[in-house]
Ligand binder design. Structure first.
Ligand SMILES: Nc1ncnc2c1ncn2[C@@H]1O[C@H](COP(=O)(O)OP(=O)(O)OP(=O)(O)O)[C@@H](O)[C@H]1O
Length: 260
């Protein structure tokens, strides 16, 4: 961030008093019959019996700028993934607003790849889904395979994804997503699954993406990953933004809070 003079920073994501509420249908009834399900669907309106609300994000506001890598931390269930999904436009806020410059891409451990298709097919489909052209995918194909390292132990890229270990699957997902230059790239725990060597490569790639003027959000429970990649940290607790500041400052307080 040091390269940009104050006043010339370009905002990429603006969150304004964002609230996100999940509605869980049939949380108490326990009746799984088709008629029970049908009556739940017919009785719309949301506030009636059997609908529970989970207020996952409560009044979060921040501005992210081009070139920033922002870590999202907080205990389990504090709303990190929910907030990312809202920034990506996958969850509508109950109230408040999210403004983004460019198309945000969310790379989660659940990013949709097809288990029955080969790694090769998934690279093509994943690339197309991110808006790359077939030519761009062709150009980057080998780079993606090499970066993921899945072929280091044999010709795995021509085998279905379901034959990969969870770490290999996560690596391929990250490699596909990282092949494109993103305006706003959001990574949910992806680094935690790879081994140390892969993690190092991913961290380098995140730094590169930042240099290409994008904004990176990283959700992680590894304070080390956050320290190594982020210069700013948002700390969420029970859906509220507890702290927003330079990585070291926020982590110091968080480590006190969580007892490391
Ligand atoms: N699909 C859903 N339906 C209902 N409630 C949900 C749903 N997804 C998450 N929640 C609830 O929203 C709250 C925030 O969850 P979220 O997954 O955003 O937390 P998190 O900080 O990412 O947690 P973790 O560190 O464990 O991944 C939790 O109370 C969780 O139970």
């Amino acid at each position: 961030m040091a390269e940009q003079a104050p006043g010339t920073r370009v905002p990429t994501v603006i969150a304004e008093d964002v609230h996100i509420v999940y509605r869980v249908n049939g949380a108490r009834t326990g009746k799984g019959s088709a008629t029970a399900a049908l009556s739940r669907i017919v009785k719309r309106g949301g506030e009636e019996r059997g609908v529970r609300k989970v207020h996952a994000v409560r009044g979060v506001s921040f501005v992210a700028h081009r070139g920033e890598a922002i870590g999202l931390i907080g205990s389990n269930g504090s709303g990190k993934s929910t907030l990312l999904r809202a920034i990506a436009g996958l969850l509508p806020p109950e109230s408040g607003k999210v403004y983004t410059d460019g198309q945000p891409s969310l790379l989660g451990v659940n990013a949709a790849l097809m288990n029955d298709l080969t790694g090769e097919r998934n690279i093509v489909l994943g690339g197309l889904a991110m808006g790359m052209s077939r030519e761009q995918i062709k150009e980057r194909y080998q780079e993606i395979v090499d970066f993921s390292g899945i072929n280091e132990k044999g010709d795995f890229v021509t085998l279905p994804m379901r034959t990969y270990s969870s770490g290999m699957q996560a690596r391929l997902r990250f490699s596909i997503a990282a092949a494109k230059d993103h305006d706003v790239l959001m990574i949910d725990e992806a680094l935690a699954t790879g081994d140390a060597k892969f993690r190092k490569r991913s961290e380098e790639r995140i730094r590169e993406l930042r240099r290409q003027a994008g904004t990176v959000f990283l959700v992680s429970h590894s304070n080390k990953s956050i320290r190594d990649t982020c210069d700013r940290v948002l700390w969420l607790e029970r859906g509220e933004l507890r702290m927003d500041g330079p990585t070291e400052e926020v982590l110091r307080e968080y480590e006190k809070f969580s007892g490391k």
